[in-house]
Design a protein around this ligand. Structure first.
Ligand SMILES: [Zn+2]
Length: 481
Protein backbone atom coordinates (compact mmCIF):
# COMPACT_ATOMS: atom_id res chain seq x y z
CA UNK A 1 0.00 0.00 0.00
CA UNK A 2 2.77 2.32 1.02
CA UNK A 3 4.63 1.66 -2.19
CA UNK A 4 1.53 2.23 -4.27
CA UNK A 5 0.85 5.54 -2.53
CA UNK A 6 4.39 6.63 -3.08
CA UNK A 7 4.15 5.79 -6.76
CA UNK A 8 0.82 7.59 -7.01
CA UNK A 9 2.26 10.72 -5.52
CA UNK A 10 5.04 10.66 -8.09
CA UNK A 11 2.63 10.00 -10.90
CA UNK A 12 0.09 12.69 -10.19
CA UNK A 13 2.14 15.42 -8.54
CA UNK A 14 3.48 17.34 -11.48
CA UNK A 15 5.77 19.75 -9.63
CA UNK A 16 4.55 23.32 -9.35
CA UNK A 17 7.22 25.03 -11.40
CA UNK A 18 5.93 28.58 -11.11
CA UNK A 19 9.12 29.60 -9.34
CA UNK A 20 10.84 28.14 -12.42
CA UNK A 21 14.00 27.04 -10.75
CA UNK A 22 15.69 23.71 -10.66
CA UNK A 23 15.97 24.04 -6.88
CA UNK A 24 12.21 24.09 -6.57
CA UNK A 25 11.75 20.94 -8.61
CA UNK A 26 14.64 19.34 -6.74
CA UNK A 27 12.90 19.93 -3.45
CA UNK A 28 9.62 18.51 -4.71
CA UNK A 29 11.25 15.52 -6.30
CA UNK A 30 13.52 14.91 -3.34
CA UNK A 31 10.49 14.95 -1.05
CA UNK A 32 8.90 12.34 -3.31
CA UNK A 33 11.80 10.07 -2.71
CA UNK A 34 12.78 10.48 0.91
CA UNK A 35 13.85 6.83 0.93
CA UNK A 36 16.91 7.78 -1.07
CA UNK A 37 18.82 10.06 1.23
CA UNK A 38 21.15 12.58 -0.32
CA UNK A 39 24.76 11.57 0.13
CA UNK A 40 27.64 13.95 0.61
CA UNK A 41 28.49 15.42 -2.73
CA UNK A 42 31.93 14.28 -3.79
CA UNK A 43 31.40 13.78 -7.49
CA UNK A 44 33.70 16.26 -9.16
CA UNK A 45 33.46 14.51 -12.49
CA UNK A 46 30.00 13.52 -13.65
CA UNK A 47 29.23 11.59 -16.83
CA UNK A 48 25.59 11.30 -17.88
CA UNK A 49 25.19 8.88 -20.78
CA UNK A 50 21.77 8.72 -22.42
CA UNK A 51 21.14 5.98 -24.97
CA UNK A 52 18.16 7.43 -26.78
CA UNK A 53 15.48 4.75 -26.93
CA UNK A 54 17.82 2.18 -25.33
CA UNK A 55 15.50 -0.15 -23.46
CA UNK A 56 16.19 -3.51 -21.85
CA UNK A 57 15.78 -5.34 -25.18
CA UNK A 58 18.38 -3.16 -26.88
CA UNK A 59 20.84 -3.75 -24.04
CA UNK A 60 20.22 -7.48 -23.73
CA UNK A 61 20.36 -8.12 -27.48
CA UNK A 62 23.74 -6.37 -27.53
CA UNK A 63 24.91 -8.41 -24.55
CA UNK A 64 23.78 -11.61 -26.23
CA UNK A 65 25.53 -10.67 -29.49
CA UNK A 66 28.79 -9.74 -27.70
CA UNK A 67 28.79 -12.94 -25.62
CA UNK A 68 27.51 -15.49 -28.10
CA UNK A 69 28.82 -14.23 -31.41
CA UNK A 70 31.76 -11.95 -30.78
CA UNK A 71 32.99 -13.91 -27.75
CA UNK A 72 33.76 -10.47 -26.33
CA UNK A 73 33.19 -8.76 -22.99
CA UNK A 74 29.66 -7.80 -22.14
CA UNK A 75 28.67 -4.16 -22.68
CA UNK A 76 30.44 -2.11 -20.03
CA UNK A 77 27.26 -0.59 -18.61
CA UNK A 78 25.99 -4.06 -17.69
CA UNK A 79 29.05 -4.58 -15.51
CA UNK A 80 28.32 -1.51 -13.37
CA UNK A 81 27.66 -2.35 -9.69
CA UNK A 82 24.38 -0.46 -9.40
CA UNK A 83 21.28 -0.75 -11.57
CA UNK A 84 17.92 0.93 -11.33
CA UNK A 85 14.64 0.95 -13.23
CA UNK A 86 13.21 4.26 -14.35
CA UNK A 87 9.62 5.10 -15.33
CA UNK A 88 9.33 7.34 -18.37
CA UNK A 89 5.71 8.51 -18.84
CA UNK A 90 5.23 12.20 -19.62
CA UNK A 91 2.72 14.73 -18.28
CA UNK A 92 0.57 14.21 -21.35
CA UNK A 93 0.96 10.50 -22.15
CA UNK A 94 2.01 7.08 -20.81
CA UNK A 95 4.27 7.01 -23.89
CA UNK A 96 6.73 9.86 -23.76
CA UNK A 97 8.49 11.56 -26.63
CA UNK A 98 12.15 12.55 -26.46
CA UNK A 99 11.39 16.18 -25.58
CA UNK A 100 9.35 15.43 -22.47
CA UNK A 101 11.72 12.62 -21.48
CA UNK A 102 14.79 14.80 -22.06
CA UNK A 103 13.22 17.54 -19.96
CA UNK A 104 12.55 15.06 -17.13
CA UNK A 105 16.11 13.70 -17.27
CA UNK A 106 17.71 17.15 -17.45
CA UNK A 107 15.49 19.30 -15.20
CA UNK A 108 13.57 16.93 -12.92
CA UNK A 109 10.27 18.26 -14.22
CA UNK A 110 7.52 16.35 -16.01
CA UNK A 111 6.21 18.04 -19.11
CA UNK A 112 3.97 17.40 -22.10
CA UNK A 113 5.20 15.60 -25.20
CA UNK A 114 7.03 17.94 -27.62
CA UNK A 115 7.87 20.53 -24.93
CA UNK A 116 11.50 21.17 -24.07
CA UNK A 117 12.85 22.77 -20.88
CA UNK A 118 9.39 23.86 -19.81
CA UNK A 119 6.98 22.44 -17.26
CA UNK A 120 3.52 21.38 -18.46
CA UNK A 121 2.22 24.90 -17.72
CA UNK A 122 5.00 26.37 -19.99
CA UNK A 123 7.03 27.78 -17.10
CA UNK A 124 10.73 27.51 -17.90
CA UNK A 125 12.61 24.88 -15.92
CA UNK A 126 16.38 24.63 -15.79
CA UNK A 127 18.70 21.73 -16.35
CA UNK A 128 21.27 20.27 -13.99
CA UNK A 129 23.90 21.34 -16.53
CA UNK A 130 22.97 24.96 -15.88
CA UNK A 131 22.88 24.40 -12.10
CA UNK A 132 26.27 22.71 -12.19
CA UNK A 133 27.72 25.47 -14.37
CA UNK A 134 26.71 27.95 -11.67
CA UNK A 135 28.58 25.73 -9.22
CA UNK A 136 31.75 26.01 -11.28
CA UNK A 137 31.55 22.82 -13.32
CA UNK A 138 32.74 22.79 -16.91
CA UNK A 139 29.90 21.58 -19.12
CA UNK A 140 30.03 19.40 -22.24
CA UNK A 141 27.05 18.23 -24.30
CA UNK A 142 27.64 15.56 -26.96
CA UNK A 143 25.32 13.77 -29.38
CA UNK A 144 25.68 11.88 -32.66
CA UNK A 145 22.46 13.43 -33.97
CA UNK A 146 21.72 17.15 -34.27
CA UNK A 147 22.77 19.27 -31.28
CA UNK A 148 19.37 21.02 -31.45
CA UNK A 149 17.58 17.66 -31.14
CA UNK A 150 15.40 16.96 -28.11
CA UNK A 151 17.87 15.26 -25.76
CA UNK A 152 20.79 17.73 -26.04
CA UNK A 153 18.27 20.57 -26.39
CA UNK A 154 16.78 19.70 -23.00
CA UNK A 155 20.09 20.74 -21.43
CA UNK A 156 20.03 24.31 -22.76
CA UNK A 157 16.69 25.19 -24.34
CA UNK A 158 13.24 26.27 -23.20
CA UNK A 159 10.73 26.01 -26.05
CA UNK A 160 7.10 24.88 -26.22
CA UNK A 161 7.79 22.91 -29.39
CA UNK A 162 10.87 20.75 -29.99
CA UNK A 163 11.15 21.71 -33.66
CA UNK A 164 11.93 25.36 -32.91
CA UNK A 165 15.50 24.76 -34.06
CA UNK A 166 16.57 28.37 -34.46
CA UNK A 167 15.45 29.22 -30.91
CA UNK A 168 17.14 26.08 -29.54
CA UNK A 169 20.34 27.08 -31.36
CA UNK A 170 20.22 30.61 -29.96
CA UNK A 171 19.77 29.27 -26.44
CA UNK A 172 22.69 26.86 -26.96
CA UNK A 173 24.85 29.80 -28.02
CA UNK A 174 23.82 31.66 -24.87
CA UNK A 175 24.41 28.64 -22.58
CA UNK A 176 28.10 29.33 -21.99
CA UNK A 177 28.76 25.57 -21.99
CA UNK A 178 32.36 24.87 -22.86
CA UNK A 179 31.73 22.13 -25.42
CA UNK A 180 28.77 21.25 -27.63
CA UNK A 181 28.98 18.52 -30.28
CA UNK A 182 26.58 17.04 -32.81
CA UNK A 183 25.92 16.71 -36.53
CA UNK A 184 24.64 20.15 -37.63
CA UNK A 185 22.48 23.02 -36.41
CA UNK A 186 19.15 23.00 -38.19
CA UNK A 187 18.45 26.63 -37.34
CA UNK A 188 21.12 27.92 -39.75
CA UNK A 189 18.30 28.67 -42.18
CA UNK A 190 15.01 30.21 -41.21
CA UNK A 191 11.59 29.10 -42.36
CA UNK A 192 12.00 31.46 -45.34
CA UNK A 193 15.15 29.55 -46.35
CA UNK A 194 17.41 32.53 -45.68
CA UNK A 195 20.54 32.19 -43.50
CA UNK A 196 20.00 33.14 -39.85
CA UNK A 197 22.38 34.91 -37.48
CA UNK A 198 23.13 31.68 -35.61
CA UNK A 199 26.83 31.53 -36.66
CA UNK A 200 27.36 35.12 -35.47
CA UNK A 201 25.64 34.33 -32.19
CA UNK A 202 28.01 31.43 -31.51
CA UNK A 203 31.04 33.48 -32.58
CA UNK A 204 30.16 36.47 -30.44
CA UNK A 205 29.53 34.16 -27.48
CA UNK A 206 33.14 32.99 -27.81
CA UNK A 207 32.60 29.66 -29.57
CA UNK A 208 34.99 28.27 -32.14
CA UNK A 209 33.22 25.91 -34.56
CA UNK A 210 35.23 22.96 -35.86
CA UNK A 211 34.16 20.26 -38.29
CA UNK A 212 35.37 16.76 -37.49
CA UNK A 213 38.50 16.04 -35.50
CA UNK A 214 40.85 17.82 -37.93
CA UNK A 215 40.25 21.34 -36.64
CA UNK A 216 40.47 20.46 -32.96
CA UNK A 217 44.23 20.86 -32.57
CA UNK A 218 44.05 24.47 -33.72
CA UNK A 219 41.71 25.45 -30.87
CA UNK A 220 43.78 26.41 -27.86
CA UNK A 221 41.31 28.60 -26.01
CA UNK A 222 37.62 29.34 -25.84
CA UNK A 223 34.51 27.27 -26.10
CA UNK A 224 34.03 24.69 -28.84
CA UNK A 225 31.18 23.66 -31.10
CA UNK A 226 32.14 20.43 -32.86
CA UNK A 227 30.06 19.45 -35.87
CA UNK A 228 30.47 16.71 -38.47
CA UNK A 229 32.46 17.17 -41.67
CA UNK A 230 29.36 16.92 -43.86
CA UNK A 231 27.59 20.25 -43.49
CA UNK A 232 24.14 18.94 -44.39
CA UNK A 233 24.09 15.55 -42.63
CA UNK A 234 21.31 15.21 -40.09
CA UNK A 235 23.38 12.81 -37.98
CA UNK A 236 26.77 11.11 -37.89
CA UNK A 237 25.40 8.02 -39.63
CA UNK A 238 24.95 4.53 -38.29
CA UNK A 239 27.91 2.46 -37.16
CA UNK A 240 26.80 -0.40 -39.46
CA UNK A 241 27.00 1.96 -42.50
CA UNK A 242 30.43 3.43 -41.72
CA UNK A 243 32.77 2.93 -44.66
CA UNK A 244 35.22 5.77 -44.01
CA UNK A 245 37.41 4.97 -40.99
CA UNK A 246 38.21 8.71 -40.74
CA UNK A 247 34.54 9.72 -40.36
CA UNK A 248 33.73 11.51 -37.12
CA UNK A 249 31.97 9.27 -34.59
CA UNK A 250 30.35 9.55 -31.18
CA UNK A 251 33.58 8.16 -29.73
CA UNK A 252 35.61 10.96 -31.40
CA UNK A 253 33.25 13.60 -30.06
CA UNK A 254 33.26 12.12 -26.56
CA UNK A 255 37.07 12.03 -26.59
CA UNK A 256 37.22 15.65 -27.79
CA UNK A 257 34.77 16.72 -25.10
CA UNK A 258 36.75 15.00 -22.37
CA UNK A 259 39.95 16.67 -23.59
CA UNK A 260 38.24 20.08 -23.59
CA UNK A 261 36.87 19.50 -20.07
CA UNK A 262 40.31 18.56 -18.77
CA UNK A 263 41.76 21.65 -20.43
CA UNK A 264 39.24 24.30 -19.36
CA UNK A 265 37.80 22.86 -16.13
CA UNK A 266 40.14 20.19 -14.78
CA UNK A 267 38.83 20.47 -11.20
CA UNK A 268 35.25 19.55 -11.96
CA UNK A 269 33.08 18.95 -14.98
CA UNK A 270 29.82 17.45 -16.22
CA UNK A 271 29.40 15.69 -19.56
CA UNK A 272 26.15 14.52 -21.16
CA UNK A 273 26.71 12.07 -24.01
CA UNK A 274 23.74 10.95 -26.10
CA UNK A 275 23.65 7.92 -28.40
CA UNK A 276 20.88 9.39 -30.54
CA UNK A 277 21.00 6.87 -33.37
CA UNK A 278 19.93 3.99 -31.15
CA UNK A 279 16.48 5.58 -31.18
CA UNK A 280 16.45 6.07 -34.94
CA UNK A 281 17.32 2.41 -35.51
CA UNK A 282 14.60 1.52 -33.00
CA UNK A 283 12.03 3.55 -34.94
CA UNK A 284 13.17 1.63 -38.03
CA UNK A 285 12.79 -1.75 -36.22
CA UNK A 286 16.30 -2.56 -37.46
CA UNK A 287 17.80 -5.03 -34.96
CA UNK A 288 21.29 -5.35 -36.44
CA UNK A 289 21.72 -1.58 -36.63
CA UNK A 290 20.48 -1.19 -33.05
CA UNK A 291 22.95 -3.75 -31.72
CA UNK A 292 25.91 -2.15 -33.50
CA UNK A 293 24.80 1.29 -32.36
CA UNK A 294 24.54 0.21 -28.71
CA UNK A 295 27.99 -1.38 -29.03
CA UNK A 296 29.38 1.92 -30.34
CA UNK A 297 27.69 3.86 -27.53
CA UNK A 298 29.43 1.42 -25.22
CA UNK A 299 32.77 2.33 -26.82
CA UNK A 300 32.12 6.01 -26.02
CA UNK A 301 31.25 4.98 -22.46
CA UNK A 302 34.59 3.18 -22.23
CA UNK A 303 36.35 6.58 -22.42
CA UNK A 304 34.44 7.77 -19.36
CA UNK A 305 35.18 4.50 -17.59
CA UNK A 306 38.93 4.85 -18.25
CA UNK A 307 38.71 8.28 -16.63
CA UNK A 308 36.74 6.83 -13.71
CA UNK A 309 39.44 4.21 -13.12
CA UNK A 310 41.97 7.02 -12.66
CA UNK A 311 39.65 9.05 -10.39
CA UNK A 312 37.39 6.46 -8.71
CA UNK A 313 36.67 8.54 -5.60
CA UNK A 314 35.66 11.66 -7.49
CA UNK A 315 33.82 10.32 -10.54
CA UNK A 316 30.19 9.32 -11.07
CA UNK A 317 28.95 7.67 -14.27
CA UNK A 318 25.22 7.29 -14.87
CA UNK A 319 23.93 5.53 -17.98
CA UNK A 320 20.25 5.39 -18.86
CA UNK A 321 17.70 5.95 -21.63
CA UNK A 322 14.99 8.55 -22.12
CA UNK A 323 12.46 5.87 -23.17
CA UNK A 324 12.29 2.58 -25.03
CA UNK A 325 11.86 2.66 -28.83
CA UNK A 326 10.28 -0.06 -30.95
CA UNK A 327 9.00 -2.44 -28.27
CA UNK A 328 12.04 -4.57 -29.01
CA UNK A 329 11.57 -8.14 -27.88
CA UNK A 330 14.04 -11.02 -27.83
CA UNK A 331 12.57 -14.21 -29.29
CA UNK A 332 10.08 -14.66 -32.13
CA UNK A 333 7.58 -17.39 -32.90
CA UNK A 334 9.77 -18.22 -35.88
CA UNK A 335 12.88 -18.96 -33.78
CA UNK A 336 11.01 -20.36 -30.80
CA UNK A 337 13.28 -20.65 -27.75
CA UNK A 338 16.24 -19.35 -29.65
CA UNK A 339 17.85 -16.39 -31.39
CA UNK A 340 20.29 -16.36 -34.30
CA UNK A 341 22.29 -13.19 -33.75
CA UNK A 342 25.16 -14.60 -35.82
CA UNK A 343 22.97 -13.75 -38.82
CA UNK A 344 23.12 -10.02 -38.17
CA UNK A 345 26.73 -9.98 -39.35
CA UNK A 346 25.45 -10.74 -42.86
CA UNK A 347 23.56 -7.44 -42.79
CA UNK A 348 25.83 -4.94 -44.54
CA UNK A 349 23.72 -1.81 -44.23
CA UNK A 350 20.99 -0.20 -42.18
CA UNK A 351 17.33 -0.42 -43.12
CA UNK A 352 17.40 3.33 -43.77
CA UNK A 353 20.18 3.06 -46.37
CA UNK A 354 18.48 0.01 -47.92
CA UNK A 355 15.26 2.04 -48.02
CA UNK A 356 17.00 4.91 -49.84
CA UNK A 357 18.42 2.48 -52.38
CA UNK A 358 15.05 0.82 -52.97
CA UNK A 359 13.41 4.24 -53.40
CA UNK A 360 16.05 5.19 -55.97
CA UNK A 361 15.44 1.91 -57.81
CA UNK A 362 11.68 2.52 -57.89
CA UNK A 363 12.22 6.00 -59.29
CA UNK A 364 14.76 4.91 -61.93
CA UNK A 365 13.78 4.07 -65.48
CA UNK A 366 15.07 0.53 -65.22
CA UNK A 367 12.54 -2.29 -64.91
CA UNK A 368 13.62 -4.56 -62.06
CA UNK A 369 12.65 -8.22 -61.89
CA UNK A 370 12.29 -10.14 -58.65
CA UNK A 371 15.51 -11.98 -59.48
CA UNK A 372 17.39 -8.66 -59.63
CA UNK A 373 16.09 -7.81 -56.21
CA UNK A 374 16.73 -11.28 -54.87
CA UNK A 375 20.38 -10.83 -55.79
CA UNK A 376 20.42 -7.60 -53.82
CA UNK A 377 18.86 -9.32 -50.80
CA UNK A 378 21.60 -11.92 -50.90
CA UNK A 379 24.29 -9.28 -51.29
CA UNK A 380 22.99 -6.95 -48.56
CA UNK A 381 21.65 -9.44 -46.00
CA UNK A 382 22.69 -12.96 -46.91
CA UNK A 383 19.07 -13.84 -47.67
CA UNK A 384 18.56 -17.00 -49.73
CA UNK A 385 22.10 -18.12 -48.75
CA UNK A 386 23.09 -17.76 -45.07
CA UNK A 387 19.47 -16.96 -44.26
CA UNK A 388 17.28 -19.64 -45.85
CA UNK A 389 14.11 -17.89 -46.94
CA UNK A 390 11.27 -20.43 -46.79
CA UNK A 391 8.42 -20.79 -49.26
CA UNK A 392 5.97 -18.70 -47.25
CA UNK A 393 8.50 -15.90 -46.75
CA UNK A 394 9.48 -16.02 -50.42
CA UNK A 395 5.79 -15.66 -51.35
CA UNK A 396 5.40 -12.64 -49.08
CA UNK A 397 8.52 -11.03 -50.51
CA UNK A 398 7.26 -11.53 -54.06
CA UNK A 399 3.88 -10.07 -53.14
CA UNK A 400 5.53 -7.03 -51.55
CA UNK A 401 7.84 -6.73 -54.56
CA UNK A 402 4.82 -6.60 -56.88
CA UNK A 403 3.15 -3.92 -54.76
CA UNK A 404 6.29 -1.81 -54.59
CA UNK A 405 7.94 -2.30 -57.98
CA UNK A 406 5.37 -3.64 -60.43
CA UNK A 407 2.23 -1.84 -59.30
CA UNK A 408 4.39 1.14 -58.31
CA UNK A 409 3.70 1.60 -54.63
CA UNK A 410 0.20 0.17 -54.61
CA UNK A 411 0.64 -1.22 -51.08
CA UNK A 412 0.32 0.79 -47.92
CA UNK A 413 3.52 2.53 -46.88
CA UNK A 414 4.60 2.41 -43.26
CA UNK A 415 5.30 5.86 -41.86
CA UNK A 416 7.22 6.33 -38.61
CA UNK A 417 8.43 9.44 -36.84
CA UNK A 418 11.48 9.75 -39.09
CA UNK A 419 10.91 7.69 -42.23
CA UNK A 420 8.47 6.17 -44.71
CA UNK A 421 8.95 2.60 -45.95
CA UNK A 422 7.51 0.66 -48.89
CA UNK A 423 5.85 -2.73 -48.29
CA UNK A 424 8.91 -4.40 -49.80
CA UNK A 425 11.35 -2.84 -47.32
CA UNK A 426 9.00 -3.63 -44.42
CA UNK A 427 8.58 -7.26 -45.50
CA UNK A 428 12.34 -7.73 -45.95
CA UNK A 429 13.00 -6.55 -42.39
CA UNK A 430 10.09 -8.52 -40.91
CA UNK A 431 11.62 -11.67 -42.35
CA UNK A 432 15.11 -10.71 -41.20
CA UNK A 433 13.74 -10.07 -37.69
CA UNK A 434 12.05 -13.47 -37.70
CA UNK A 435 15.34 -15.15 -38.52
CA UNK A 436 17.36 -13.08 -36.02
CA UNK A 437 14.75 -13.86 -33.35
CA UNK A 438 13.98 -10.20 -32.64
CA UNK A 439 10.52 -8.65 -32.89
CA UNK A 440 9.05 -5.17 -32.45
CA UNK A 441 5.63 -3.91 -31.36
CA UNK A 442 5.76 -0.39 -32.84
CA UNK A 443 7.63 2.02 -35.09
CA UNK A 444 7.48 4.60 -32.29
CA UNK A 445 8.26 4.69 -28.57
CA UNK A 446 6.81 2.50 -25.82
CA UNK A 447 5.83 3.32 -22.24
CA UNK A 448 8.07 0.68 -20.69
CA UNK A 449 10.50 1.55 -17.91
CA UNK A 450 14.16 1.77 -18.85
CA UNK A 451 17.24 0.44 -17.06
CA UNK A 452 19.78 2.74 -15.42
CA UNK A 453 23.37 1.73 -14.68
CA UNK A 454 25.70 3.59 -12.29
CA UNK A 455 29.25 3.35 -11.05
CA UNK A 456 31.43 5.57 -8.91
CA UNK A 457 30.91 8.01 -6.09
CA UNK A 458 27.27 8.06 -4.95
CA UNK A 459 26.27 5.32 -7.40
CA UNK A 460 24.41 3.45 -4.65
CA UNK A 461 21.68 6.12 -4.57
CA UNK A 462 20.56 5.00 -8.03
CA UNK A 463 19.31 1.56 -7.00
CA UNK A 464 15.59 0.66 -7.10
CA UNK A 465 12.59 1.74 -9.14
CA UNK A 466 11.88 5.46 -9.46
CA UNK A 467 10.64 8.10 -11.85
CA UNK A 468 12.78 9.75 -14.53
CA UNK A 469 12.31 13.14 -12.81
CA UNK A 470 14.40 11.81 -9.92
CA UNK A 471 17.47 10.96 -11.98
CA UNK A 472 18.79 14.56 -12.24
CA UNK A 473 17.93 15.14 -8.58
CA UNK A 474 20.01 12.15 -7.58
CA UNK A 475 22.88 13.31 -9.79
CA UNK A 476 22.79 16.81 -8.34
CA UNK A 477 22.80 15.35 -4.83
CA UNK A 478 26.16 13.73 -5.62
CA UNK A 479 27.75 16.86 -7.03
CA UNK A 480 30.26 19.01 -5.17
CA UNK A 481 28.18 22.16 -4.69
ZN1 LIG B 1 14.29 9.73 -27.33
Amino acid sequence: MLIRNKFKSVRYSIPDMRKSSFLKSSVVAAAMCSAVAAMAGDAKYIFYFIGDGMGAGHAMATESYMRDIRKADMPLMLTFPVTGLVSTYSASSPVTDSAAAGTALSTGSKTRNSMLGMAADTTEVYSIARALKQDGYGIGIVTNVAPDDATPGAFYAHVPERHMYYEIGCQAAASGYEFIAGSNWRGLRGKDGKPTDLPERFASAGYVTVRGTAGLDTVTSGKIVMLCTDSIASDLGYTIDRKDPQATTLVDMTRACLAQMQRVSPDKFFMMVEGGNIDWAGHANDAATIIKEVAHFNDALALAYEFYEKHPDETLIVVTADHETGGMGLGTTFTGYNMRLDLIDHQKKSKDIFNQEIEAMIKSRRIYTFDDIKEKLTEDFGMYTAIPVNEEQDGKLREAFNQTFVDRNSGKRTVTYYKSYSPFVMETFRILGDHYGIGFTTGEHTGCFVPLYAVGVGAQSFTGFYDNTQVPVKILNQAER
